[in-house]
Ligand binder design. Structure first.
Ligand SMILES: C[S@@+](CC[C@H](N)C(=O)[O-])C[C@H]1O[C@@H](n2cnc3c(N)ncnc32)[C@H](O)[C@@H]1O
Length: 289
């Protein structure tokens, strides 16, 4: 029998959308549609949906309480008939502009035919890294900035925690001559591999589960969209992988944590720019020559 689905609409105002999308993805929603004042998420129906509803309500209340700008949350659940499922979720997904030059588009839509655009094909039903999250967008914007600064020069790149592979694909489109992509989650590596092939850049990217500490060489650009805790823990290993005068792009940092992360890198790196999107900060650092 066809799987039936539940649609959850959460409305809280714009302030906590990213944290809320993490909540629903962690609870098993394969797809999230971001709205101006909240989001819609989808869950397969199962015998323990009541427990799921309670758990999500608790987490949503907790997340919105942490953010003084969030309105008190409204949650609405509704059943979607299996025959409506495909349409109900796919019709919301449109090609999305990221940064100045990227379009992220689902595989079932024709990529927009804009000149001088870089098109990345991503299935939005997958795990993290579909180009909607503020941290991914922050990294893509700074990778554009770095590529612009390096225009005319050859550059290499390392993508730590590649997830869906989106940042490596972006780096390939920006002209990096050699790209290494690593992730400690074998499922992410498999998904990234599929995405690299779908975007016809697989042969330019060395994808593996290799540990950061096991990499010995350096790169002109290192990008890591992890968590602030992981970044601080991996700081020494990250620092060593950037060539002198090379660039380091860090994201996954809540704005309250940004100063501590900058301090951790300050001895060897100069902060060039920080950008905040909702509660997330992305940092662009440059290694001292
Ligand atoms: C927030 S996602 C980022 C995905 C993608 N790079 C993006 O920007 O959308 C973080 C990824 O880092 C991976 N990860 C977490 N800790 C890691 C570590 N110590 N080494 C390598 N990968 C790690 C996770 O498995 C996950 O795929």
């Amino acid at each position: 029998m066809a799987q039936s689905w539940l649609q959850l609409s959460i409305r809280t105002g714009a302030a906590s959308i990213d944290a809320l999308s993490n909540v629903v993805i962690e609870r098993g929603s394969p797809g999230v549609v971001l709205k101006r004042d909240g989001l819609d998420a989808f869950f397969p129906t199962s015998h323990d949906n009541a427990a799921l509803r309670r758990e999500i309500r608790r987490s949503v209340v907790k997340v919105t309480r942490l953010n003084s700008r969030a309105a008190s949350p409204r949650l609405q659940w509704k059943f979607i008939k299996p025959e409506n499922w495909e349409q109900s979720w796919k019709r919301f997904i449109k090609p999305r502009r990221v940064g100045k030059s990227f379009w992220v588009t689902p595989p079932w839509l024709e990529p927009p035919k804009f000149r001088r655009r870089r098109v990345i094909v991503m299935d939005p039903g997958m795990a993290f890294g579909t180009g909607t999250h503020a941290t991914t967008r922050g990294c893509m914007e700074f990778l554009e900035v770095v590529a612009h600064k390096l225009a005319g020069k050859k550059f290499t790149a390392l993508d730590v925690g590649t997830g869906s592979g989106i940042l490596s694909i972006a780096l390939a489109l920006l002209g990096a001559t050699e790209i290494w992509a690593i992730d400690n989650d074998p499922v992410a590596v498999k998904v990234a591999g599929e995405n690299l092939r779908a975007n016809r850049v697989a042969e330019r990217i060395r994808l593996s589960e290799k540990k950061l500490v096991a990499i010995r060489r350096t790169f002109t650009v290192v990008v890591a969209n992890l968590t602030a805790e992981t970044m601080v823990e991996l700081a020494d290993a990250l620092k060593k992988r950037v060539t002198p005068a090379g660039y380091l792009v860090l994201s996954g940092i809540l704005y309250q944590q940004a100063a501590a992360v900058v301090r951790r890198f300050a001895e060897n790196f100069r902060l060039i720019e920080r950008r905040r999107k909702r509660e997330w900060v992305t940092l662009l650092l440059r290694r001292k020559a």
